[in-house]
Design a protein around this ligand. Structure first.
Ligand SMILES: Cc1cc2nc3c(=O)[nH]c(=O)nc-3n(C[C@H](O)[C@H](O)[C@H](O)COP(=O)(O)OP(=O)(O)OC[C@H]3O[C@@H](n4cnc5c(N)ncnc54)[C@H](O)[C@@H]3O)c2cc1C
Length: 407
């Protein structure tokens, strides 16, 4: 074992970590090979290699593929990976599935699923929202009933991203109807490839189809797939949501090509776009460009602060700030790109990629301002849990769920 992966990570010098990761990348990373198959088996092989070498989740304990690094040490690894353009590290920050399982799974469960989740060997989806329970998720009515060594689930979910290809869904279902609404919910790891799961695709405003309705009829879940305590699913959900919001606060889709909208490249592109349009000297547009870039910089700093505060097993309301900021950035950037193109933004076709990008951004900005909890809900969370303002009135909060009226 090298110096950098010695027994006491706190005593390992930053230089030793940098040397070790640089030399590992020099021996293993081949960007040309990856370009050819980044999203196919080659991409998965690479991810598996990163996991086996303990670079995927360096803040995690050694027994779970990590190195017990503190945040500053982990950032060194992430910086070196980013420098050569290699993916696969930082999963302790962004892999919501693996983080949730690591936090709430028992030993057996973690052994079975943590490596598979880190190595992207299984596809996942989130079975949270229902037709009558989105912002008010604690009002969910999908039920899970115990039958021997299994749970039997009946109900309907909606807006489920990736359900068509998922092997498992993280499912919230009601297991106790006598408790108040937040208290009777449990969190399951639900096998999706079974006859009772019917997935119907929904068409989005961008003409894509990433999310679905999911009908659950007598779906069977092994009792061992309960994550966290029975009827204690609300807390598990808060942790999973915090990771999701953190991911959404950190990055979002830019143009349709899938490039990140919040990148440095995006900033240069805005300036290039203004130059191309001959409007770089327009003081109002210059101010708008500067505002978008400032939002992006501020959000990156705020996200770093929130990440530092997110410890295993806790949820951080500050993540809501990052998600809200990213939503604002996306809407502002879309508006700016449209303004820069002026009437040219109406020329929507593959012959006018600038217009396609601007229009896609305009429509897709709603992904971040609705998915994972809407902007209004993030503002409520910030008001109540960050600023300490009085809570919204909730007349059904302490009522047994069976007696709560539904529309
Ligand atoms: C791109 C995308 C992907 C998604 N992926 C998934 C997924 O994989 N799995 C999943 O389970 N769900 C997913 N969702 C669903 C998403 O979480 C819900 O759409 C969201 O929580 C809002 O719920 P709703 O659509 O039922 O809206 P509603 O809750 O009906 O809200 C309607 C409007 O009322 C406002 N509102 C509601 N309550 C309040 C309040 N108390 N204070 C102020 N305003 C309020 C909302 O902000 C919103 O503007 C996804 C959504 C999107 C857009």
């Amino acid at each position: 074992m090298s110096e950098a992966s010695g027994d006491n990570p706190a005593s390992v010098s930053n230089d030793a970590i940098r040397d070790e990761v640089q030399s590992w990348l020099a021996d293993n990373w081949d960007p040309e090979a990856m370009k050819k198959g980044a999203f196919g088996p080659l991409g998965r092989d690479w991810t598996a290699k990163v996991v086996d070498a303990a670079w995927a989740a360096t803040r995690w304990p050694k027994q779970w593929y990590g190195r017990d690094y503190n945040d500053a040490q982990a950032r060194i690894v992430e910086t070196e990976f980013a420098r050569v353009g290699a993916p696969g590290t930082g999963q302790d920050r962004i892999n919501l599935w693996a983080n949730t399982v690591l936090t709430f799974g028992n030993e057996q469960f973690k052994k079975k699923y943590v490596p598979a989740l880190l190595k992207s060997e299984i596809n996942m989806c989130l079975l949270y929202s229902e037709p009558g329970a989105g912002s008010d998720l604690a009002g969910l009515r999908t039920r899970a009933e115990r039958d021997g060594d299994e749970w039997v689930v009946n109900g309907q979910k909606v807006w489920t991203s990736g359900a068509a290809t998922a092997d498992y869904g993280m499912l919230v279902a009601r297991t106790d109807w006598e408790s108040p609404k937040h208290g009777g919910i449990s969190f399951f790891f639900c096998p999706m490839k079974q006859p009772g799961v019917e997935v119907r695709p929904l068409r989005q405003i961008t003409n894509e189809s990433h999310f679905n309705e999911v009908f659950l009829t007598d779906v069977r879940i092994p009792a061992t797939n309960l994550l966290g305590p029975l009827n204690g699913g609300w807390r598990v959900l808060q942790t999973a949501l915090a990771y999701e919001r953190s991911m959404m606060g950190e990055g979002a889709r830019g143009p349709r090509s899938g490039a990140k909208g919040a990148s440095e490249k995006g900033e240069e592109e805005l300036i290039a776009l203004a130059r191309e349009a001959g409007r770089l000297s327009d003081p109002v547009l210059r101010q708008d460009i500067a505002r978008v870039i400032a939002y992006k910089k501020l959000n990156a700093l705020n996200t770093a602060r929130a990440k530092a505060e997110l410890e295993q097993g806790t949820s951080s309301p500050i993540m809501s700030l990052g998600k809200l900021a990213m939503s604002r950035i996306l809407h502002e950037e879309a508006k700016l790109r449209t303004n820069l193109l002026d009437a040219g933004s109406l020329l929507e076709s593959s012959d006018y990629p600038r217009a396609e990008d601007a229009n896609f951004l305009t429509l897709n900005a709603y992904f971040t301002s609705i998915g994972g909890g809407t902007d209004q809900i993030q503002r409520n969370i910030i008001g109540e849990r960050v600023l300490g303002l009085p809570k919204e009135p909730e007349v059904d909060r302490d009522v047994p769920f069976r007696s709560v009226r539904s529309s």
